[in-house]
Design a protein around this ligand. Sequence first.
Ligand SMILES: [Zn+2]
Length: 302
Amino acid sequence: MSFPLVSTQRDNCTDLYSVTDCFLRVLDFCDWTTLVAVSHADKSGRDCVRRVFRGRVQRVIGRLLKSWQCKAIFNHLDVTGAMISGPIPWAIMTIEMATPNDNLPTEIKIVTPAHTFQSWITVLQYIGFCTVSGSRVPNMPVTVSKARRFWAPSQNISIFIIESCSSSILSAVLALPFTSDMTLLSTSRLFCFYPSLVDMNVTLSGFRYTPDEDIKWWTSRGVRHFYSTYEWDGPCGSACPALWRHTEGLHGVGEFAWGGLFNDKDIEGNMGNSAMLSKAQFKWRIGVCCVNRFCQFRTRYF
Ligand SMILES: [Zn+2]
């Protein structure tokens, strides 16, 4: 008796998947984990998720920049090997249909390799952004050589350029104050170094001092912030601050190939600068000990 029922359910699902507009509408309501699962199902699923992702990029970044400004930024991301980090990729991963635009970030944070800062000034001036004299950005890790905020005079929008001390942006990214900063958008891929925390809508402070106003930026958008793992009610897993992790091969890093603004990347090896990340040899952790009583790496004092 149950077989025909299963068969009917499968037919219904097939019908649903074949109606692209309907399927896209359903995907609009799916969380990030579900989207990634669907993208791995087959080519049709991947194409649909890429469309949803590009729609999110348009909503999150397109409201900040005109199309030609966006193209100039993305082109220079490829030229320099830089990536967008923090609130923008986080918003793209977590945005819901009901998310009010007021909750979306108004700053684009870009981490760029050593010796590329000057070239960003040229591009940002070209698209109408400028620095405000005396603007100093405190609380940057030692792995950052320069950090400067650029403003669009007529809009409440800023672009924050962070230059790494080394040729890899990872040394700078993985020393930023919050785990929620450690999410990257390249011109063809998205990388998330703490995917389990994104799933739980949690950000954790690392070694850097995290000012109250920065914490409030996240918490006012429904993200739960923790200074330590003391209050966690389950094992840390790979998010444990005491755990040394390494970047080579990107183990434990969530990665999604979104195909780029025009869905022309990740085709026959055209991956922009993304392939460089997985070859970087860099180890990091965001604390020296863990105080989560459910964690196998918990610091013991006896
Ligand atoms: Zn732990």
